[in-house]
Design a protein around this ligand. Structure first.
Ligand code: PLP
Length: 404
C-alpha cells in the first residue's frame, strides 16, 4: 500500500490518499465494488491469490478494493503503517481483543469507557477467562501499579465520555513500552487533525468510523490503525475469521466520501462547541460544563498540547438542582424536551447537533448509585455539537432554558 504521505499536508492526504483514478474506467471517484466474490483467470491464478503469491482480491470478507481505498486513507491520516476497516466500532474493538488476548491473560483499562466497550470489558472478557483491572488512567502510578506479568494490553479513550477526562497519551505509551505491553487508544472523540495517538507512541488506534470520520450520520463502521504486522494479525485472524466483521463496500464508499470534508467539518464542530461551552458556562442554571477547551476544565493544559489546540465538538454539562422547584432530573428532561432545533438522539459527530439526558435515556436501566459512580448524575446532559450556525443553537438553548 502507498504510505509515503509524510511530505503532504493533512488536508491533501484527506482528498488524495488511497484514491487514484480507477484503472479500468478513469473514474475520479473510487467505484463501489459491490461484489461478494472475484473471478480468477485460471485455477493457477486463484491459487496464487489465495496464497498471496500474487496481489488481488478473492472474496469481500477478506478484502475489497473500495474498502482498501478507505484503509489506505485512514492509515495515511493517522500516520500508521496499515489499517483494517470493520463493520462497526465495537467490531473493531472486539477484533483487537480477540487477536491479542487468550484465557488467563490480563488487560488494564481506563475506568471511563463508552457503554458498549464497558460491557465487553466487564462481561464478555470475564466469560473468556480474561481478567480486567479498571483504573483512572490519569493517575499514571495507579496505571503502572495495575500491570501484572499477565498483562497484554492497556486500553483507553481520551477525551472520555461524559466528563471529557484527558489522559496523557505520551506517558501511557511510555509505560506500555517499559513493560512491553501494547497500548490501544479509542480516538473516536478526537480524530485527526485533532489528535494523533500513534505520534505519541501508542501502538494501536481504534475508531468508531460511525462518528466524525464518516460524519454524516448514515453509516455504522469501525477501523484499527497501527503497525503492519499487528494489522495483518488482527485482519486475518479476527476481522476476516472469528468476528467476520467486514464492512460493506457501499459503507466504505460513503466513509471515503465523508472523509474528504473531515478537516472542514471538525473546524466548524470545534468552533461551535467552544462558543456553546462559553455560553453554558455563563448560564446561571448550569452547575458545571465538561469541555476541555474551557480553562476551568482540569485537563485543559494537557488537551491544549495533545489535541492540537482544538477540543472536539462533544461536551457534557450539569444542571443545578432546584431550578424553580425542579429536581435536576426533572430539569434535565424538560430542558431536552423543549429544544426545537437540537434533536434528541444518541451517537455523536453528525452534522446535526444532538443531545441526550443519560440518566433517563442511555443509563435509565443502570441503578442510580452505579450510574453516579460513572459520573452520570441526574442533571447531566450530553451534547454533540453539529455544524449549524452557533447563534441558532444558542437561541434554541435560550428559549428552552427560559421555560424552566
Ligand atoms: N467508541 C466510542 C467512543 C463510541 O462512542 C462508540 C459508539 O458510540 C463506539 C466506540 C462503538 O462504535 P459503533 O457504534 O460504531 O459500534
Amino acid at each position: 500500500m502507498e504510505t509515503n504521505w509524510s511530505n503532504a499536508h493533512f488536508d491533501t492526504m484527506l482528498i488524495h490518499a488511497g484514491q487514484a483514478p480507477d484503472p479500468v474506467s478513469g473514474a475520479l471517484t473510487t467505484p463501489i465494488y459491490q461484489t461478494s466474490t472475484f473471478c480468477f483467470d485460471s485455477v493457477q491464478d486463484g491459487s496464487d491469490k489465495f496464497c498471496a503469491a500474487k496481489p488481488g482480491y478473492v472474496y469481500t470478507r477478506a478484502g475489497n478494493p473500495t474498502t482498501r481505498a478507505l484503509e489506505t486513507k485512514l492509515a495515511a491520516i493517522e500516520g500508521g503503517e496499515d489499517c483494517v476497516v470493520t463493520s462497526s466500532g465495537i467490531g473493531a474493538i472486539g477484533a483487537i481483543l480477540v487477536a491479542f488476548l487468550k484465557t488467563g491473560d490480563h488487560i488494564v483499562c481506563d475506568d471511563t469507557l463508552y457503554g458498549g466497550t464497558s460491557f465487553v470489558m466487564h462481561t464478555n472478557l470475564s466469560q473468556l477467562g480474561i481478567e480486567v483491572t479498571f483504573v483512572d488512567a490519569c493517575d499514571l502510578s495507579a496505571l503502572e501499579a495495575a500491570i501484572t506479568p499477565k498483562t497484554k494490553l492497556i486500553y483507553m479513550e481520551t477525551p472520555t465520555n461524559p466528563t471529557m477526562k484527558i489522559i496523557d497519551l505520551e506517558a501511557v505509551a511510555a509505560i506500555g513500552k517499559k513493560h512491553s505491553i501494547r497500548t490501544v487508544v479509542d480516538n473516536t472523540f478526537a480524530p485527526p487533525p485533532i489528535q494523533f495517538p500513534l505520534s505519541h507512541g501508542i501502538d494501536l488506534v481504534v475508531h468508531s468510523v460511525t462518528k466524525y470520520l464518516n460524519g454524516h450520520g448514515d453509516v455504522i463502521g469501525g477501523a484499527i490503525i497501527g503497525k503492519a504486522a499487528d494489522i495483518s494479525l488482527i485482519s486475518s485472524s479476527a476481522v476476516q475469521k472469528l468476528c467476520g466483521c467486514t464492512p460493506s463496500p457501499f459503507n466504505s464508499y460513503l466513509v471515503l466520501r465523508g472523509m474528504k470534508t473531515l478537516s472542514l467539518r471538525l473546524k466548524k464542530h470545534c468552533e461551535n462547541a467552544m462558543e456553546i461551552a462559553r455560553y453554558l458556562e455563563a448560564n446561571p442554571a448550569v452547575e458545571t460544563v465538561y469541555y476541555p477547551g474551557l480553562e476551568s476544565h482540569p485537563g485543559h493544559e494537557l488537551a491544549k498540547k495533545q489535541m492540537n489546540g482544538v477540543f472536539t465538538g462533544i461536551m457534557a454539562f450539569e444542571l443545578k438542582d432546584n431550578i424553580n422547584g425542579r429536581s435536576a432530573y426533572e430539569a434535565g428532561q424538560e430542558l431536552v424536551n423543549n429544544l426545537k432545533l437540537i434533536l434528541i438522539a444518541v451517537s455523536l459527530g453528525d452534522p446535526d447537533t444532538i443531545i441526550q439526558h443519560p440518566a433517563s435515556m442511555t443509563h435509565s436501566c443502570v441503578p442510580k448509585e452505579e450510574r453516579e459512580a460513572l459520573g452520570i448524575t441526574d442533571g447531566l446532559i450530553r451534547l454533540s455539537v453539529g455544524i449549524e450556525n452557533a447563534a441558532d443553537l444558542i437561541a434554541d438553548f435560550e428559549q428552552s432554558f427560559a421555560r424552566l
